[in-house]
Design a protein around this ligand. Sequence first.
Ligand code: NDP
Length: 235
Amino acid sequence: MSFRHALVTGANRGLGLEFVRQLLAAGSHVVATCRHPGRATALNTLAGEHPGRLHVLPLDVATPKSQDELARELPLVLGEDGRLDLLVNNAGVLHSGERFGRLGLANLEDSFRTNAAGPLLLVQALAPLLAGGARVANLSSELGSIGATSRFGTPSYNMSKAAQNMATALLAHALRERGIVVVALHPGWVRTDMGGEGASLAPAESAAGLLRAIAGLAPDDSGRFLDWRGRPLPW
Ligand code: NDP
């Protein structure tokens, strides 16, 4: 399955940038969003190499006003009848170094806004622009799995991804009658700014696996939690 029109959030670095590269290589028309397009050097270079096939637009996923502006601008890029076949909610934040006894509200609020409320509200804002049968891929984490929790971890991150997982399950219901498939995806431990240099997977390997898993989704898979090899994870 190939995606004619795809949109990726947090596309300026890490896994988001790799999604953009691979979608372009597969022939998709890509809308790459990031907080500061003017500073997104790698994306702007790619846009020069793929004239007319890569559009870089501003989006702060944690800000509804920014989402609404994107929803207004998108039809100009997709064309009057253009619709998104794939939405990758990739942008995410991890505040590391949290310790029990020293937790504060700021990290929890920021993570919840970005990792949980962000994808939920963005899908709502862009729902009219999703094609029937489109795929929505929410980048989750096994750290958001309640069933797989084995240590204290990073509460702001783990809790926000668990909340995002619930958003995925709810969105799957909201969009089912339009044949839109919504999934939560764990990318593995990936060598990015977030994953660190010691991580086991290259971004290219993770993104390729995730895109393969997304392409292989059937309508009945909507609302599932899968890893980058397409294997199910416990909620
Ligand atoms: P990085 O930290 O390398 O990149 C995060 C991206 O998200 C950046 O582009 C960043 O933009 C963007 N971002 C953060 N906040 C916002 C916001 N409010 N609005 C728009 N963009 C924002 O992370 P990865 O590439 O490693 O992670 C991608 C996704 O995969 C995340 O959702 C993450 O939680 C998930 N994941 C990653 C794992 C890993 O091992 N790397 C493991 C499990 C899950 P900016 O440059 O402006 O900060």
